[in-house]
Design a protein around this ligand. Structure first.
Ligand code: ADP
Length: 469
């Protein structure tokens, strides 16, 4: 698609794959045909040389047993049988004078000057040559060898049949290489189309998403593990982005709602102070309320920033050895008067001895304070709240159990979300950020926080932290 867009087809993977396949097919087929060609040439030459040697032996035998007459008859007969235009025989003296020969009329184009064996001193080695004949399309293979009496015999054989065959083979090879090139292009195009279709679908989906349709997903077509994995990873990423965008929208609307109310209240108070004729005492009271609301606003904004910074890993944690048992005990002591004021019975159950974790004591204190604060806040007078700690070798679990109003099944998955407050808790003070912050802190400690609750019977919040070993 982008290739069409920017008009540079040679930059596309498809084009490159086609080129690769075409080149590969062509190179392989040319190499294969060349190998066969060389082998054919070599075999033909071996065959013809073998036949020349055998003819030589025959003629030489006649010469040895019957002398010049026997040789003359033998070469005349052989030339006639094989064909005088296909084979020739020549007997020469050491000074290269022709002493006898078959009918040479078909061979008059050969430059016989160059046809000679090596010096006699070099022994009876065969001397082979392939000669091209001017004005004749085919070559001739010639064997020359010294005889016993310092004469030498030459036998030549046309290569017409072999060369015709090789020529046909070359033509067929040319066609085959062209066909192979075409196959390479087609295969490359087919492979590229198949391999790229998944990628193109991902691109298509990305383009649709750019136009605002976040619900679109890459269809899975079982085209191979890698493509499926790409599509799955892309779909997962989209799922996450969609969740983030939805979350962002929710947070934005929550912020708008949760910050607007206090600001409106502050404005209302300031307006009443401006327009009404109040006593100094009233003005002071209103100013105090404005400061209180403003502090609440600043608190909400600071908490929001803290959650965002913790979640993104930007917060600096002062990690030390912390005795969780101590922190639990202190939290209990801190909240005992608050519980008493609310008519709730608060108790603690912590094993003797230190339970050490690696953590930021200030942040851990805030986590337990949030849980205790909520437990007391959402428990009616006469109810109970218990904070307890127990541990095994790896983990310590700190639970805050209350006999309060509980949380409905529908609300349970949302209570850790930023600004989430159940309808029932709207009458109680709070920002809906406490549990979000607590969860961010616990996760930053490598732990987790869970909740179990039965409406009307109470809730249990549990924090699991890794123990320092
Ligand atoms: P806040 O308490 O300020 O509303 P939190 O983030 O601490 O905000 O809690 C979010 C929501 O979870 C609360 O509004 C409340 O509905 C619910 N919740 C938290 N703790 C408890 C609890 N112990 N019992 C019942 N509901 C709870």
């Amino acid at each position: 698609m982008s290739s069409k867009k920017n008009g540079r087809i040679y930059r596309t993977v498809k084009f490159r794959l086609v080129l690769w396949y075409a080149t590969l097919f062509t190179v392989v087929s040319v190499a294969a045909f060349f190998l066969v060609y060389v082998t054919l040439n070599y075999s033909f030459q071996n065959i013809i040389d073998e036949s020349l040697r055998s003819m030589f032996k025959d003629v030489e035998d006649h010469y040895r047993s019957e002398g010049s007459v026997g040789l003359h008859n033998a070469i005349a007969e052989k030339a006639k049988n094989i064909g005088e235009d296909r084979v020739f025989f020549r007997l020469l003296s050491s000074r290269k004078e022709v002493l006898d020969a078959s009918d040479m009329s078909a061979w008059r184009w050969i430059n016989f000057q160059s046809v000679a064996p090596g010096p006699v001193s070099k022994g009876r080695n065969d001397y082979y040559q392939t000669l091209s004949m001017p004005d004749r399309p085919y070559s001739v293979r010639v064997i020359s060898r010294w005889l016993d009496d310092s004469r030498f015999l030459q036998i030549g054989h046309t290569l017409e049949e072999d060369e015709k065959f090789i020529e046909q083979y070359r033509q067929i090879s040319g066609i085959a290489v062209a066909v192979s090139l075409l196959c390479g292009v087609l295969t490359g195009w087919f492979v590229a189309r198949r391999a790229m279709s998944g990628v193109e679908r991902v691109t298509e989906t990305a383009v649709r998403i750019q136009s605002g349709d976040l619900t679109h997903r890459v269809p899975l077509r079982n085209e191979g593990q890698e493509i499926d994995n790409l599509a799955l990873a892309f779909n997962d990423m989209l799922e996450r982005i969609q969740a983030l965008v939805t979350g962002l929208k929710e947070v934005t609307s929550n912020i708008a709602h949760d910050l607007r109310s206090p600001i409106t209240r502050i404005r209302g108070m300031a307006e009443t102070t401006l327009t009404g004729e109040e006593s100094l005492e009233d003005y002071r009271e209103t100013a105090g309320m404005i400061i209180e609301e403003s502090d609440r606003l600043v608190g909400i904004i600071n908490t929001m920033l803290e959650i965002a910074a913790t979640d993104s890993g930007a917060t600096h944690f002062q990690m030390d050895e912390v005795d969780v048992a101590d922190v639990v005990q202190e939290a209990y002591e801190l909240f005992e008067p608050v519980a008493e004021d609310s008519g709730v019975s608060l108790s603690v159950d912590c094993p003797d001895g230190a339970i050490l974790v690696r953590g930021d004591i200030r942040r851990l204190q805030r986590v337990f304070a949030t849980l205790l604060d909520n437990a007391i806040k959402y428990t009616l007078p006469g109810g109970t709240v218990l904070i307890s700690a127990k541990h095994n070798q790896d983990k310590v679990s700190i639970s805050v159990v209350d006999s309060g109003v509980g949380i409905s099944k529908d609300e349970l998955p949302h209570i850790f979300e930023r600004f989430y407050r159940s309808d029932r808790s709207r009458s109680t003070p709070g920002s809906g950020l406490g549990l979000s912050l607590a969860r961010s802190f616990v996760q930053a400690h490598g732990g987790e926080i869970t909740v179990a609750s039965t409406p009307g019977q109470g809730s249990t919040f549990t924090v699991l932290l890794p123990i320092l070993t």
